[in-house]
Design a protein around this ligand. Structure first.
Ligand SMILES: C[S@@+](CC[C@H](N)C(=O)[O-])C[C@H]1O[C@@H](n2cnc3c(N)ncnc32)[C@H](O)[C@@H]1O
Length: 348
């Protein structure tokens, strides 16, 4: 045995083991507003207890865990914990990426571990709606920062002629929209356009309606509970599908419906997790988190639906292109990408 390699492996395990429990503590910090409270200024655990009104003994342990993991900082001379500018932006800024909320998705899907273990034996599926609500809220939190940073500034402008159509006033269908973050962002950016967001999951649509109303765009975004294979409407200039096609049992049926719902000159903006067709190129931190989510969420959801597909989160461009081609699309192009996503422009 190579002892250096052994020690490397044990170091990796120790980091993962600590991160697993710390994910729960990040969620506690998120639910209780602890990161925002710490952003008010440095504090000892006693001062932090006074500031937040929570139990000092728990806060002390939480703060020390966070400092050990690099999520907060510590000044030994004063025994004060504090957030650096970068930590504050990532964890406490109301307009920042709110990263601690992303752990909700992992905590949520881990609650289904006994069922997924059983599914390995039986090969049966487990549908999106059968998961804990934390999965749905956490999924939105995980993808949201990427959509805010990329969708309007980069992804739509990368499509041929779409920005101009939407600025003038176009028709958009956002299919598999989940909690509707993408629908709301497009409504805010394109006030002359009308948007219909749809998702098969009724509880997500309920939350999407609430979010659109809170954002003041309820008048130009309508939401419906519908599958991607049956969503309503015709003559759309743009259909969008964000991180949802690979979850479906019948992605070809969905693509056919998109083709039918688009104008002849329309565009399907398909956003999928960033993955290579060469499997070993996905053996990196992004691939790792997607394969985990895929095993708990994407593959079981595909297997729970009719259609025979379970593409999984790391489907890759070749598989996505096959789906689009089989559905009758003739133009397929990778228009943009980010660390977490690939953006395809697909046209009739
Ligand atoms: C990973 S989530 C992405 C949600 C949202 N687009 C986002 O980016 O945050 C996948 C979504 O696909 C939806 N979904 C799964 N199968 C579907 C189907 N056959 N038709 C419509 N929506 C579906 C789920 O309900 C879920 O909201």
């Amino acid at each position: 045995m190579d002892h250096d390699k052994l020690n490397d492996f044990l170091g990796r395990f120790t980091a993962d083991f600590g991160a697993t429990g710390s994910a729960g503590l990040a969620v506690i910090g998120n639910r209780l507003g602890l990161y925002r409270a710490l952003a008010e200024g440095p504090a000892t655990s006693e001062q932090f207890a006074q500031r937040t009104g929570y139990a000092e003994r728990y806060l002390r342990e939480w703060l020390r865990n966070q400092a050990a993991g690099g999520y907060v900082d510590y000044e030994p001379a004063t025994r004060e914990f504090f957030l650096t500018e970068e930590q504050e932006f990532c964890l406490a800024d109301p307009d920042g990426p709110n990263l601690s909320a992303a752990f909700l998705i992992s905590l949520g899907y881990l609650r289904a571990e006994p069922k997924i273990t059983e599914a390995f034996r039986t090969g049966t599926g487990l549908a999106w709606h059968e998961h804990d609500e934390d999965v749905h809220v956490g999924c939105d939190a995980f993808f949201r920062p990427g959509y805010v940073a990329e969708l309007v500034p980069n992804w739509i402008p990368a499509l041929d002629g779409v920005d101009a159509k939407l600025t003038a006033g176009g028709r958009i269908a956002d299919v598999g929209c989940g909690l509707g973050t993408s629908s709301v962002l497009m409504a805010q950016a394109y006030p002359n356009s009308a948007i219909v967001g749809s998702d098969y999951h009724a509880e997500s649509i309920e939350l999407a309606r609430k979010k659109a109303a809170e954002a003041g765009v309820g008048d130009r975004v309508r939401f419906e509970v519908a599958t991607a294979q049956t969503f309503t409407g015709e003559h759309y200039d743009l259909v969008t599908t964000f991180d949802a096609l690979h979850d479906m049992g019948d992605p070809v049926g969905a693509a056919r419906r998109v083709r039918e719902a688009l104008t002849d000159d329309g565009t399907w903006l398909l956003v999928e997790p960033n993955a290579s067709d060469v499997v070993e190129e996905n053996f990196n931190p992004v691939g790792r988190l997607y394969y985990a989510g895929s095993t708990f969420l994407c593959v079981p959801n595909g297997l729970a639906q009719p259609g025979g597909y379970a593409l999984g989160a790391q489907a890759g461009e070749a598989a996505i292109r096959d789906v689009a081609t089989e559905a009758g699309f003739t133009r397929f192009r990778r228009a943009a990408e980010s660390p977490f996503n690939i953006v395809y422009e697909i046209r009739p």
